[in-house]
Design a protein around this ligand. Structure first.
Ligand code: PLP
Length: 394
């Protein structure tokens, strides 16, 4: 295909570029691709639990499929799943969250994409706490919006967000403030006090709050990280995105959910109908079982990650040129390396030389440069091996 033909694929009728052409590429994926064909890589680059989906979930689904249950469902999921989520969230957050507020989506990622399509018009902007997982940034660009970065600061006490600075970025074209807590990649966790301030600000300025809480259960100081759902009223302009991927080791089932005000219901219902009609039925059945019977599994898994976090941070702390903070949430170490100014090249070098797969900080926004992300959702033995290999590099 020549350049002219290629251009015509991505241009509008008057030659105007469609916004999708300017989407970024994932630098995490770029390192992953560089690792193709290299044997014995200790892969800590992607944000994925190391375990397969637990048996109690798989067995329930096998029996369901054996009965020939392979059909479409309601747009927002089977009623049983929304009921289960309502009971789960109400228990977790200590206040009633009705099933009518839940909408199950084919992945947490598509929940955010759908919300951007509903809320953001070309030329609007969305303020986003960062460094942040790059896919969330691109959900804004994909609809022609402008991401505006409210940068977390890295200091002796770890990561912090200056709310006044963030609020000062808002103007007449701001549609939403997007928060990701616990954060991928930094592990920063927003306090309830700050959540209240963001919610109040949103109410005053008539701006939406989009809260990505997919790591809510990956929290090391209690059962669950603080949530906007604890303090919001049902009609607030708040959407909380969640996922089954991390808490129940279900990345391959591609299922998430969002909690939203009733007023969004008709639009969202249409959006889901025209995107994929409904999430996969067997994944929904898996999710009912996962949530209803999964508390012990989640507790054990988080206890394992807690140990993994401490092993990795202790080892990083002992390295001369590395600055790491012990994260309260998520399952990543996001550490600074003295003198490193090209994290992508560094990660590729580390991969080639010692066969450890890490994610470059630059993938998470420009101020992520100088950092490297390591996913510690892994066994202690594997992490110890990785740290032995990494140590001589820094
Ligand atoms: C912050 C954040 N949000 C959303 C997701 C997407 O999760 P899902 O697997 O449900 O698409 C991820 C996955 O890594 C993530 O890190």
């Amino acid at each position: 295909m020549n350049e002219l033909q290629q251009n015509s694929l991505v241009s509008g009728p008057a030659g105007a570029r469609l916004t999708t052409e300017s989407l970024g590429v994932s630098l995490v994926r770029e390192v992953g691709n560089a690792g193709m064909g290299i044997d014995d890589v200790v892969a800590l680059w992607y944000g994925e639990p190391d375990m397969p989906t637990p048996d109690y979930i798989c067995q329930a689904v096998a029996a369901f499929l054996a009965r020939g249950e392979t059909f479409y469902t309601e747009n927002f999921s089977i009623d049983e799943l929304r009921q289960t989520l309502s009971a789960y969230m109400s228990d977790l957050y200590g206040r009633r969250i009705d099933k009518e507020r839940a909408a199950v989506t084919a992945t947490g990622m598509s929940a955010t994409n759908l919300m951007q399509q509903v809320l953001t018009n070309p030329g609007d902007n969305v303020i986003i706490s960062a460094p942040i997982w790059p896919n969330l940034i691109e959900t804004i660009r994909i609809v022609g919006g402008e991401p505006r970065f409210a940068w977390l600061q890295f200091g002796n006490q770890g990561w912090s967000l200056d709310l006044d600075q963030m609020f000062a970025m808002v103007d007449g074209r701001t549609r939403a403030i997007m928060i990701n807590s616990p954060s991928n990649p930094t592990g920063w966790v927003m306090s309830l006090e700050d959540m209240r301030a963001v919610l109040d600000f949103g109410r005053e300025r008539d701006i939406w709050v989009l809260s990505d809480e997919v790591y809510a259960r990956m929290y090391y100081k209690g059962r669950v990280a603080r949530s906007f759902l604890e303090i919001a009223e049902p009609d607030d302009k708040l959407v909380v995105v969640n996922s089954f991927s991390k808490s129940w080791c279900m990345t391959g089932w591609r299922l998430g959910w969002l909690t939203r005000p009733p007023a969004l219901m008709p639009t969202l219902e249409k959006m889901i109908e025209f995107h994929y009609s409904c999430p996969a039925h067997f994944s929904q059945v898996a999710a009912v079982t996962a949530v209803r019977d999964g508390e012990d599994f989640v507790t054990e898994t988080v206890a394992r990650y807690h140990q993994a976090r401490d092993l990795v941070i202790d080892r990083l702390d002992a390295m001369l040129n590395v600055w790491a903070h012990r994260p309260d949430g998520a399952f990543y170490a996001f550490f600074a390396v003295e003198g490193m100014d090209d994290s992508l090249e560094s990660c590729k070098d580390i991969l080639r030389q010692i066969h450890v797969g890490l994610a470059p900080g630059a993938a998470f926004g420009e101020r992520g440069e100088g950092f490297i992300r390591l996913c510690f959702a892994s066994t202690l033995a594997l992490l110890d091996d990785a740290m032995d290999r990494i140590e001589p590099c820094f």
